[in-house]
Design a protein around this ligand. Structure first.
Ligand code: F0G
Length: 455
């Protein structure tokens, strides 16, 4: 069959409150054109993030009831630890309340003034946790990773030559080498198995621990299976194990590829590092058998990890984004191509050339999608990255809108509705207004800035 259906049935539903365009115009103005200020029940299709927004399965909800809330030694922890080690056989698995808590603990130990940490592209919380210690995050993704239209099967790859040159020049300042799979900040693009192993071997040649940010490890493994020569016959579980083979640690947000609404972990092989991480965990998160989580959350993650490597699910997951991208592409809408694993990224700067970067084309498109169809996406561009620490403002490298797909939440008719909303916008895109910022905080302005339309 050509149609890849949602490989699940719906047993429990959450109603969507339908709104009219006139209502949304009022709501948008009241939110000062910042979609983070909207109430989520005023949103028809919420594509703000794929993080923590997954639909849990019947077995996950059943596992929630089996959660054991003992402070120490809970069997929920043992089930969680076994599920992680089944896929990623690290010696130490340290639960945290979400991914950034794992990052904070890791860089509390490995960061510090003068240190430099290379990756393909650090996600913003990773970078923030590195910088909070006085260290510097350095992005070394391949050149294709910066070009929305460049077709490459693994646009998330780290540039091995640049990494080698960097380690040669800066080796003494480097406490570890990182790699983010998939590369969220670069469009949800995968990293090939060959590239993961080359980065690992290079890190080890320079005696550096190799740490994977594994938030979307299963989507990455699926791309390896379908795109990387010689990998097509392997099971996803086998590929996941190969991805982490020889790695020295990982950070993880279970809010992504573990189908959980909350959770994460830090995994390490080195006993001394793990000991220091657990000391910090006890200070900031909790006892090492629960981290920042309830026992029931650990059980939901354990069950989610068994489900995320299901190949029918992954085929459907990646196909959803391809389906939307194929149709948007046919409408002439510029995209980050090929489609990423967890989101569709629209190149707003390129689609709305009448709006200059400092009039925020990504914000303009995000607002128009909400007004037109009640769809909430997220600007990733000059609003998010344009304000420098010295107060000056510059265009970001790209002005994108990310439409992140919650896992197992929306169906194909929702996808068709998203496409139809774009088709409606296409007819009047040249009249969409740019925006100016009327109020903004000192940092992370995209969350709370207030905007006004121009003209
Ligand atoms: N690393 C990556 C690659 C991420 O995408 C995220 C979160 C984190 C780390 C941090 O994990 O949220 O559990 O603390 N990304 C979300 C997003 C927020 O919308 O892309 P967290």
């Amino acid at each position: 069959m050509k149609t890849i259906i949602e490989p699940f049935r719906i047993k429990s539903v959450e109603p969507i409150r339908m709104t009219s365009r006139a209502e949304r115009q009022v709501l948008l103005a009241a939110a000062h054109y910042n979609l983070f200020a909207l109430h989520s029940d005023d949103v028809i299709i919420d594509l703000l993030t794929d993080s923590g927004t997954s639909a849990m399965s019947t077995k996950q909800w059943a596992a929630i009831m089996l959660g054991d809330e003992s402070y120490a030694g809970s069997p929920s922890f043992q089930r969680f630890e076994a599920a992680v080690k089944n896929l990623m056989p690290f010696r130490h698995v340290i639960p945290t309340h979400q991914g950034r808590a794992a990052e904070a603990i890791l860089f509390h130990i490995l960061g510090g003034k003068g240190r430099k940490i290379p990756s393909n592209t650090h996600f913003d919380t990773t970078r923030a946790n590195i910088e909070a210690t006085g260290a510097e995050g350095v992005d070394l993704v391949i050149a294709e990773g910066h070009d929305p239209a460049a077709i490459h099967p693994f646009k998330g790859n780290i540039d091995i030559d640049r990494l080698e040159a960097f380690l040669d020049a800066e080796g003494d300042a480097v406490p570890c080498v990182m790699l983010t799979v998939t590369n969220n900040a670069g469009g949800g693009q995968p990293v090939s198995l060959a590239n993961i192993h080359a980065a690992r071997d290079l890190a080890h040649r320079f005696d550096k621990p190799f740490i994977i940010d594994g938030c979307r490890f299963a989507e990455n493994a699926w791309f390896i299976k379908i795109r990387e020569p010689g990998q097509g016959e392997r099971s996803v579980v086998d590929i996941v194990r190969a991805m982490f083979d020889g790695a020295d640690g990982m950070t993880m947000s279970a809010k992504k590829d573990a189908f959980a609404n909350i959770g994460g972990w830090l995994a390490l092989n080195d006993d001394a590092l793990a000991e220091r991480a657990r000391m910090r965990l006890i200070q900031t998160e909790g006892f090492p058998t629960y981290g920042g989580l309830a026992g029931r959350d650990l059980d939901a993650i354990a069950q989610g990890l068994a489900e995320i490597v299901d190949e029918d699910y992954l085929a459907y997951r990646v196909r959803t984004n391809d389906y939307i991208c194929d149709r948007l592409d046919a409408l002439g809408i510029p995209l980050v191509l090929p489609a990423g694993g967890h989101a569709v990224f629209v190149d707003a700067r390129n689609w709305l050339p009448h709006i200059p970067p400092l009039a925020y084309p990504g914000q303009a498109l995000a607002c128009a999608l909400y007004e037109e169809g009640g769809i909430r996406g997220c600007e990733i561009g000059t609003v998010m990255f344009g304000r420098a620490p010295d107060g000056s403002e510059h265009p970001a490298a790209m002005d994108l809108v990310r439409l992140a797909m919650p896992r197992r939440v929306y169906t194909q008719s929702h996808a068709d509705y998203i496409v139809e909303t774009f088709a409606e916008l296409a007819a009047r895109k040249d009249s969409l207004p740019g925006f100016r910022i009327v109020e903004e905080p000192k940092a992370l302005r995209h969350f709370t800035a207030k905007f006004a339309p121009l003209g």
